[in-house]
Design a protein around this ligand. Structure first.
Ligand code: UDX
Length: 462
């Protein structure tokens, strides 16, 4: 029987993207080593724990650890023994532009190993980097440090990742497209070949800059949908007897936005982003759009639309407080329950979470804050004596007179039943429009006009 050659893989960076990518390649049969400079993170993985909350990660670590999957802080030997290195380190926004220091360091580290390697090595950039970074920043670093030539001695590809936190393993194992950028056939073909086990997937072969651009355009598109919905919501909330949910529903029933199937109308998943709320967050949208705006400005290209997307989003968590003040003009001493710290459900990620912006504003007005999130138990970087973290939904309900919902955790759907059972009637402000307004005695939601929050009616003819 012919044995198929299976390249071995190293992944630099063991965060959401790196660890998930590594585990999914192991699941597809490759030998993978994940590398990270953070000893604590590697130690956790080697004790079969995930460094973050993400469905399926612990199971895959448990399944593959020390069989096909390894985690280490040692990079020299690991990279030397591998054929392909994915770079999946962070590329934060430093306030003005993208911070490339981690990726520069990681690429320089890989280059110093491949300098002494006799065989071809492929480096694939998974981190989100602005167009031109792979060709104009990363390539010179690797060529200088390794004293080798791209396309000849080593390959360099851009291979952005599109996984969503909360569904990361599923997205990685079942990608809708694989984007492979590169400058030479050999590296593009090698990278495409390792995605062969991910059959049925659209493969886009292009140059590095286009690959990098696709990632930014994709994130900007979804973020724009959210800010669009929020702008419409904000206008609706100033109009008597209008609920934005009815308005959006009416928009999405357009046959260009709904697909007619035997089972009725189905709305494609992208339309789920046309949902009003208290704003987007996370480790990608806010930083990536800022980085793209800053890149465009350097090129003297106007970014009016994306500026608006960000501006709407920055203010959106504060809409919750503005709405609250319609009922409680003075917040000093008001006992307010905050539901949700994570930027979205099914993750423990609080990066750029809308809750953080609202918490700061509420604390500055001396409100008494009771916070509950099913997974995030406390905020390590945010200390305020007014914040009490409670253990469960029931304790929060017992303590407060107002509840603000910031994250659409499934568990919060139990709120109406618990309130009924306890015969409690706090004002509930739904920042995710996840509850049916008829189920809550005193309900208000983002995008509800002044008179409607009293009548609780829907005005859309059905
Ligand atoms: C995003 C992109 O979707 C992903 O392709 C890219 O690789 C990284 O950035 P992520 O930040 O994990 O992924 O989450 P996503 O589920 O897209 O959520 C981003 C924001 O959109 C969140 O604030 C979330 O609340 C909001 N969202 C998400 C919606 O409004 N509707 C949805 O259906 C899903």
């Amino acid at each position: 029987m012919q044995t198929l050659y299976s390249p071995s893989i190293t992944v630099m960076g063991s965060g959401y993207v790196g660890l998930v990518t590594g585990l999914c390649f192991a699941e597809k049969g490759f030998n993978v080593t994940c590398i990270d400079t953070d000893f604590h993170k590697i130690d956790l993985i080697n004790r079969k724990n995930s460094p973050f909350f993400e469905e399926g990660v612990t199971e895959l670590i448990d399944k593959h650890l020390n069989k096909r999957f390894f985690a280490t802080t040692e990079l020299h030997h690991s990279i030397l023994m591998s054929d392909i290195t994915f770079i999946a380190v962070g590329t934060p926004f430093d306030g003005e532009k993208i911070d490339l220091s981690y990726i520069k360091q990681a690429c320089s580290d890989v280059a110093s190993v491949i300098k002494n390697k006799n065989t071809y090595h492929l480096i694939a950039i998974k981190s989100t980097v602005i167009p031109g970074t792979t060709d104009d920043v990363i390539r010179p670093i690797i060529e200088r440090q390794s004293q080798k030539k791209v396309g000849q001695d080593f390959g360099l590809c851009s291979n952005p990742e599109f996984l969503r936190e909360g569904q990361a393993i599923h997205d990685c194992l079942h990608p809708d497209r694989i984007v492979v950028g590169g400058t030479d056939e050999k590296s593009i073909d090698l990278l495409c070949s390792i995605y062969r086990p991910f059959a049925q997937t659209h493969m886009i072969k292009t140059n590095n800059k286009t690959a990098e651009f696709i990632k930014y355009a994709s994130n900007s598109f979804f973020a724009t949908l959210i800010s669009f919905a929020n702008q419409i919501a904000n206008i609706c909330s100033s109009v008597n007897n209008v609920d934005v949910m009815d308005v959006i529903r009416g928009v999405l029933l357009d046959k260009r936005l709904s697909i007619s199937t035997e089972k009725g109308l189905v709305q494609p998943e992208f339309t789920h982003y046309v949902k009003p709320g208290c704003g987007f967050g996370g480790g990608c949208f806010p930083k990536d759009i800022r980085a793209l705006v800053s890149y465009a400005r350097e090129k003297q290209v106007s970014t009016d639309l994306l500026d608006g997307v960000l501006r709407i989003n920055d203010l959106q968590p504060l809409r919750m407080i503005a709405d609250l003040k319609k009922f409680y003009p003075e917040l000093n001493g008001i006992k307010i329950g905050i539901l949700g710290l994570a930027f979205k459900p099914d993750t423990d990620d609080v990066r750029c979470s809308p809750t953080l912006i609202a918490l700061k504003a509420l604390a500055s007005e001396n409100a008494s804050l009771y916070v509950y999130d099913p997974i995030v138990r406390t905020l390590h970087d945010f200390h305020d004596s007014q914040i009490r973290y409670v253990e469960n939904l029931e304790s929060l309900i017992d303590a407060v007179e107002v509840i603000l919902i910031f994250t659409a955790w499934n568990e919060f759907k139990k709120l109406p039943d618990i309130l009924k059972h306890k015969n409690k009637k706090p004002l509930v402000i739904d920042g995710r429009r996840m509850l049916d307004k008829k189920d809550i005695g005193r309900y208000h939601g983002i995008g509800i006009g002044p008179a409607l929050h009293e009548s609780h009616e829907s005005v859309l003819l059905r």
